[in-house]
Design a binder for this molecule. Structure first.
Ligand SMILES: [Ca+2]
Length: 291
């Protein structure tokens, strides 16, 4: 059994919800162990809406939230309907996400893989953390001992000097992406913006399906680009070629001031994926899981 942590910017975009459904279905089927979910954005209804969504999926997974993240008031669309199902839950009920990451890694008896489909400040802070009451080990020690691979939806790898939202939204996002990519002792596979932008999933859900309502509330009732679902689907398969991609190996770097990413091909700890199949192949695979 493979064990996964998920980091998500659950909030503005709805492709995170498609990704969470994939993981919930795989977890419920006993195909993977989803150990926890860390929220790297914080809106009024972040935790209650995610708790309601997970409950609707029939799974119970620990939720953490970045307590240092300023409360955001962006274009949130689908939290309100979900949060109404769990009026008993507030953001204060979730553990700090960095502590959640440290705790899960410290307690893990088998390797853990980390998937990130949002901003990287939580995983970067966990990596650069010092010992605490959870574990005397530093984040670097915990990662070296426990983290087998990191899977990241982020960057743009089809052009030199690509720039993508998860690495560049603000100064915190830029710095975190640079720190994580430069220091992570585990290998990283990136799925970039260019991979998911033309793959549409979620158009075949039933009218009453909770995920359909999420997509509809977002204005994407006919489906949404598939950045996050493609990343988690790739991670769950666990093999780039097996998931329908060519992997380019080398060393990635992110500019801490701008979030611009670059890649030097060759021997190195990083890979980014390039689609080896038609878009319809990935869309069909994901739609089959989420229906
Ligand atoms: Ca996301």
């Amino acid at each position: 059994m493979r064990h996964f942590l998920l980091g998500t910017d659950w909030g503005e975009d709805c492709d995170d919800a498609v990704a969470v459904r994939i993981l919930a279905r795989k977890h419920k089927a006993g195909e993977i162990d989803l150990c926890g979910i860390g929220l790297n954005t914080r809106f009024d209804q972040s935790v209650p809406s995610l708790a309601a969504f997970l409950e609707g999926e029939g799974v119970c997974v620990p939720i953490g939230i970045d307590r240092n993240c300023p409360e955001l008031h962006g274009r949130i669309t689908y939290q309100k309907r979900l949060a109404a199902r769990r009026p008993d839950v507030t953001n204060a009920d979730a553990e700090d996400a960095v502590r959640l990451y440290r705790r899960i890694l410290a307690e893990a008896r088998e390797p853990v893989e980390i998937m990130e489909i949002g901003f990287l400040q939580v995983i970067a802070a966990a990596l650069l953390s010092g010992g605490d009451d959870i574990s005397p080990g530093t984040g670097m020690e915990l990662f070296r001992e426990k983290v087998a691979r990191v899977w990241i939806m982020g960057g743009r790898w089809d052009v030199d000097g690509g720039k993508e939202y998860n690495f560049s939204r603000d100064a915190t996002a830029c710095r975190a992406a640079a720190e994580l990519v430069a220091n992570c002792p585990a290998p990283i596979t990136f799925l970039g913006w260019e991979v998911g932008a033309t793959v549409i999933t979620g158009s075949k859900l039933g009218e009453d399906d909770m995920l359909h309502l999420v997509l509809a509330d977002h204005g994407s009732a006919k489906g949404r680009m598939s950045w996050d679902p493609m990343l988690v689907h790739l991670a769950v398969i666990g093999d780039e070629a097996g998931a329908g991609y060519t992997a380019v190996s080398g060393t990635a770097a992110v500019d801490p001031a701008t979030g611009v990413n670059r890649f030097t091909a060759g021997d190195g700890p990083h890979r980014y994926v390039v689609k080896a199949r038609e878009d319809s192949h990935y869309a069909a695979a994901i739609d089959e899981i989420i229906q």
